[in-house]
Structures are given as structure tokens and as C-alpha cells.
Write a protein that binds this ligand. Structure first.
Ligand code: NAD
Ligand code: ZN
Ligand code: ZN
Length: 346
């Protein structure tokens, strides 16, 4: 099969031909119908060897959707031909976090070398994807594969962060989204669907701000040193009850710190390497700061249910598998509006 591999530290991903995988006992083989390109892949491909938590080469793609092509011995609960989304943050399945469905916070994944597809295990940027267990699959039930695939990360990750902050997003509150890209453009819509908050989106690109307005942001601001003051102005000096930073560099973390209201919540989702000093006087009183990772299995089911209700408009730019390297080049250059989705069958 054809696949897109990240092969050597610092190099661009390459198209390769690999043997077609076959499902072992308990495994499910998917024929991939869509795979999303996440900015985390770009980050991972800049890390030095000592920072990379998994061996190379690796087939990229931690957002995957496919049809069930074959079942390994003993697999129940899914049938051949079914269209399914893959829950990516695989865990051991038995520790207390996994038992809660929070496999993203599995206590044993690191020591047992259990990796998400595309981030250690072979990923979805290929014609076929092996899934280690049927519990990682959620039926699409009528959702379009291309529109659904970003929901497995670009939808699930903000959903998790937003759900955590929802008690603070009461009527009259303000939520700020920093970075209106793959995750951010879905975060805006999730906030609109789940809360009565006024949504303010920040980005450095006017094109992304236009998308932000189109998908429901009430206000858009150019990201920069003056943005926090503008957020305070928009909120009569109070600030934002929740700030979701989908960039995560020092500059955006500083904006988040300056913009958060008393008892507000800051979610640093972006992995840009930035940090936010927490201490008396550093932020407004009692601001909560979290750095979440992906979401739980039940939250993925909820996100797909929400999509089926018709309130999410997922913006995608499609690429055939042969052009997957171009998808990453364009993502790296900030030229993707919404999510880049690779369609192996195209
Ligand atoms: P993306 O490239 O699609 O979007 C990033 C957006 O941020 C773009 O619109 C870009 O114009 C904008 N931007 C860049 N610099 C900015 C700045 N200084 N101020 C405001 N906006 C700025 O990326 P994505 O795939 O949506 O990922 C967003 C971030 O979230 C990445 O850092 C990614 O690695 C991270 N991520 C984290 C998790 C997690 O579990 N914590 C999961 C998925 C992605
Ligand atoms: Zn991701
Ligand atoms: Zn576990």
C-alpha cells in the first residue's frame, strides 16, 4: 500500500510503498477514507531525536476515518463495510483512567509503549490502517468521512477543553479563542453550540479571522501585544471567563494571562512551547490554568453526535494521498484554512 512516512529527524515526510497490513487477533483493518493533517505533526517533525517519544519511521496521521476491511480473530462489535472514526489516544484499556474512557490519560501507555496511530503506531495517512482494538472505533452513522475526520482531534481536543470550562461560560460571559485554524475554527462553533458566551477569536491572519466570523465568532481581533487590552475593552474591563490558546507560544500565553477575568480559566492547548507564570498577581485572582491533551472516548462519541445534529461546519481542503507532502508544506506555511484532509481513494 501507499503511505506517508516521517522517516528521518528533521526531514520532510515521504510517500513510500509498504506491505498491506493484516489484522492479528483482536485487531481491525480499516480501508482509510480520510486522514487529517494536524499542526502537532509539524511540531513533532521539528523535535530532535532525544525529544521524540517513539521510533522512526512512522506512518503519519492521527486523525483517521475508514471502512472496516477485515476483522482479526475474536473481534466483535463492528462489521465489515462499516464506516467508523478512530479514537486516537490509545491506552492500555484497563487502568483507572482508561476505565473512565480517558485513554488520553492512560497511566500505562508510556511504560507499555502504547502509541496513538500516526504518533508512534502506524497512522492513517495510508491506504490501510490497523486498529489495535474495536473499542477505539466509533460508527460514523451517516457522517461524511472528510467532514468527520477532523472531529477526531481538531474537534475532540477543543470539545474536551471547552467542556471543562463550561460552568464558567454563563450568560454574559466571554470566551476567547486564540488561533482560528483546524482546532480553533471548530472551537468557535463548539462554544456557540454549547454555551451562551460571546466568542472573540484572535489570529494573525486576516483570512483565518474571516473564517472565524463565518463560523460564528462574534468579534475578531488581530493577535498581538494589544489584543488583551482590546478584550478588556470589549468586556467593560472584566476580561474573559475562558481563554483557549490554540497556539501556545509565550506571546499568546501572555495574551491569555492578561485577558482572563477573575476566576477565569485558561486552557493552553497549543504545543508551541510557551509557558505562563502562575503566582499571586501574575493573573487576575483565582485564574485556573490547564494544559489538556486530546479527549476521552465518550467525548468523541458526543462530538460525533453533535455533528450529526448539524451545528458544525467543518472546513476542509482535500488532497489525494500522492499530494499529502504538499498538505503538510501548506499547513507549515499557514496556508490551510480549516483542516487539510488527505483522501487516499481520490
Ligand atoms: P493550525 O495550523 O491549523 O492553526 C493554528 C492557527 O494559529 C492558524 O490559524 C494560525 O494563523 C494561528 N496563529 C499562529 N500564530 C498565532 C499567533 N501568534 N496568534 C494567534 N494566532 C496565531 O493548527 P492546529 O492543527 O489547529 O493546531 C493548533 C495547536 O494545537 C498546535 O500547536 C497543535 O500542535 C496543538 N494541538 C494540541 C493538542 C492537544 O491535545 N493539546 C491536540 C491537537 C493539536
Ligand atoms: Zn493532533
Ligand atoms: Zn490505561
Amino acid at each position: 500500500m501507499k503511505a506517508l512516512q516521517y522517516r528521518t529527524i528533521g526531514s520532510a515526510p515521504e510517500l513510500v510503498t509498504l506491505p498491506d497490513p493484516e489484522p492479528g487477533p483482536g485487531q481491525v483493518l480499516l480501508k482509510v477514507t480520510a486522514a487529517g493533517a494536524c499542526h502537532s505533526d509539524i511540531a513533532v517533525m521539528t523535535w530532535p531525536a532525544e525529544a521524540l517519544p517513539f521510533p522512526l519511521p512512522v506512518v503519519l496521521g492521527h486523525e483517521g476515518v475508514g471502512t472496516v476491511a477485515a476483522l482479526g480473530d475474536g473481534v466483535t462489535g463492528v462489521s465489515e463495510g462499516e464506516s467508523v472514526a478512530v479514537y486516537g489516544p490509545w491506552g492500555c484499556g484497563t487502568c483507572i483512567k482508561c476505565a473512565e474512557g480517558k485513554e488520553n490519560y492512560c497511566l500505562r501507555a508510556a511504560e507499555d509503549h502504547i502509541y496513538p496511530p500516526g504518533l508512534g503506531a502506524p497512522g492513517a495517512m495510508a491506504e490501510y490502517l490497523l486498529v489495535d482494538d474495536a473499542r477505539h472505533l466509533v460508527p460514523l452513522d451517516g457522517l461524511d468521512p472528510v467532514a468527520a475526520v477532523p472531529l477526531t482531534d481538531a474537534g475532540l481536543t477543543p470539545y474536551h477543553a471547552i467542556k471543562h470550562a463550561l460552568p464558567k461560560l454563563v450568560p454574559g460571559s466571554t470566551a476567547v479563542v486564540i488561533g482560528a485554524g483546524g482546532l480553533g475554527h471548530l472551537a468557535i462553533q463548539l462554544l456557540r453550540a454549547l454555551s451562551p458566551a460571546r466568542v472573540v477569536a484572535l489570529d494573525t491572519s486576516e483570512e483565518k479571522l474571516e473564517l472565524a466570523r463565518k463560523v460564528g465568532a462574534h468579534e475578531t481581533l488581530v493577535s498581538g501585544p494589544d489584543a488583551a487590552r482590546q478584550i478588556r475593552d470589549l468586556t467593560n474591563g472584566v476580561g474573559a471567563q475562558a481563554v483557549f490558546d490554540f497556539v501556545g507560544i509565550d506571546a499568546t500565553a501572555a495574551t491569555a494571562a492578561q485577558a482572563a477575568a477573575i476566576e477565569g480559566e485558561i486552557s493552553l492547548v497549543g504545543i508551541g512551547g510557551g509557558a505562563l507564570p502562575v503566582g499571586f498577581g501574575r493573573t487576575a485572582y483565582e485564574v485556573t490554568v490547564t494544559a489538556p491533551y486530546w479527549g476521552s472516548r465518550s467525548e468523541l462519541i458526543e462530538v460525533l453526535d453533535l455533528a450529526r445534529s448539524g451545528v458544525l461546519s467543518v472546513h476542509t481542503e482535500q488532497f489525494p494521498l500522492d499530494e499529502a507532502p504538499l498538505a503538510y508544506e501548506r499547513l507549515h506555511a499557514g496556508q490551510i484554512n480549516g483542516r487539510a484532509v488527505v483522501v487516499p481513494g481520490a
